[in-house]
Design a protein around this ligand. Structure first.
Ligand code: G3P
Ligand code: MG
Length: 247
């Protein structure tokens, strides 16, 4: 019988992008579906286009968004009018903050250049207007310079450091960022990387993990959480493990 060594923190990748689902990734519908499943966190991708923060993943049109060309070469109002397959339109970061409220942790991943200041300002405004707190938020990016900027502007919001492969210095890049978590790619993960991150007191959240054997393997390695397109698969394993532990 397949089983986890310990439960994994379940983060809906791009808010949930299950094949066969009626909601496209990075849409308010997808977030609501994932929250209803019981995920611990939602991860969204944010681009700054023409002074607006748009929640979408791809640098170019043609996959989730109809049309052609670079996101950056269109106006925000043109992009906001495009309809995805599920009928949804691109949400702004503020709309996402308002829609998710305090329900789950929100991981805001910065894509592309020039996001940090506006992301910080938008979150500050939302937290102020809703009389909320910063506890449920986490910023992440492959752009460690923007994470450093965020540390200076809003140090109270947790930072997660995304990497693609295995740096020579393992998780040392997290130190100047005073990161909460380290987010490596499942394709390259090894025990030395996980151990180094754990020794530095970091949570290790791995992307993008969709298969049961991978969940089990990563749990045995001591990984803390995963970004997944299929949260229901992981949530079932977590539930089964808690049930086994209770008997
Ligand atoms: O944040 C984890 C993961 O989303 C990073 O890769 O390309 O899916 O944004 P990507
Ligand atoms: Mg992402």
């Amino acid at each position: 019988m397949v089983s986890l060594s310990h439960p994994l923190y379940c983060i809906a990748h791009r808010g949930g992008r299950r094949k066969g689902s009626h909601s496209s990734e990075n849409t308010l519908k997808a977030f609501a579906e994932s929250i209803a499943l019981g995920v611990d966190a939602i991860e969204v991708d944010v681009w700054q286009v023409g002074g607006q923060l748009l929640v979408t993943h791809d640098r170019r049109l043609g996959k989730t968004l109809p049309g052609k060309g670079r996101l950056m070469d269109h106006t925000p109002s043109y992009l906001r009018n495009l309809e995805m397959e599920c009928g949804s339109q691109i949400p702004t970061l503020m709309e996402v903050l308002e829609s998710i409220g305090e329900q789950v942790t929100l991981n805001i991943e910065l894509k592309g250049p020039g996001c940090a200041q506006l992301v910080a300002k938008t979150l500050q405004q939302y937290v102020h207007d809703s009389s909320g707190t910063y506890e449920q938020y986490l910023f992440s990016s492959f752009d460690h310079h923007q994470l450093f900027q965020l540390k200076q502007i809003l140090p109270q919001v947790r930072r997660g450091v995304l990497i693609e492969g295995i740096p020579l210095t393992y998780a040392r890049c997290c130190e100047p960022l005073e990161a909460y978590s380290f987010h490596p790619n499942v394709d390259f993960i090894n025990q030395a990387l996980v151990d180094d991150a754990k020794q530095r007191g970091l949570k290790v959240w791995v992307y993008t993990v969709n298969d049961i054997d991978d969940f089990c393997h990563l749990s045995a390695m001591g990984v803390d959480g995963v970004f997944t397109d299929y949260p229901e698969r992981l949530l079932k394993l977590n539930k089964d493990l808690r049930w086994q532990q209770a008997i």
